[in-house]
Design a protein around this ligand. Structure first.
Ligand SMILES: [Zn+2]
Length: 169
């Protein structure tokens, strides 16, 4: 998770979303990824998708059974489905959507998507979650200071949303 946090910070410094992840196979790091949505102008360039692509290339197969994925933030539905369909064996999580009181993903959770699709995934949660959460708060505070148009849209969207008060400390 140390390396995943370093990647998340690197992403934030580059103006991307503060997410990083690392893939471990047979005790070794075989791939890693960080969010590159803004720097690559690719809405799908999430940390987990990039890491899964790199892991598949490195291992020479799309069945990623036996792989453990460490990520600083609970994977979104797109990434979660990618890792479920690639048969990733274990997911180790830092921060979770529920902790941010965010309404943007509704009742979504990785457990929910796994149950809905009949997939199994070993899940370990709460690993350095305070550090993972702090990084996301820091990224949001930065974007508020920098006042990007995306931030202004988010502020408008968040008006009246209880989680927004968390960021105005
Ligand atoms: Zn994602």
């Amino acid at each position: 998770m140390d390396r995943a946090l370093a990647l998340a910070r690197e992403a934030m410094e580059a103006g991307d979303g503060p997410a990083g992840c690392v893939c471990v196979f047979q005790g070794k790091i075989v791939a890693e990824g960080r969010n590159r949505v803004q720097s690559a102008l690719d809405p799908t360039a999430h940390a987990e998708l990039l890491a899964l692509r790199a892991a598949a290339t490195r291992l020479g197969r799309t069945d990623l059974s036996g792989l453990t994925l460490y990520t600083t933030m609970e994977p979104c539905p797109m990434c979660c489905w990618a890792l479920l369909s690639a048969k990733v064996s274990m997911l180790v999580l830092g921060a979770r959507y529920a902790q941010f009181r965010t309404l943007e993903l509704g009742a979504y959770s990785v457990e929910g998507l796994a149950a809905m699709t009949g997939r199994t995934l070993e899940l370990i949660t709460g690993i350095r979650d305070a550090e993972c959460r702090d990084l996301r708060y820091e990224a949001l505070q930065r974007s508020v200071r920098e006042g990007t148009s995306e931030t202004r849209r988010s502020i408008r969207a968040a008006a009246g949303n209880p989680w927004w008060s968390l960021f105005r400390r």
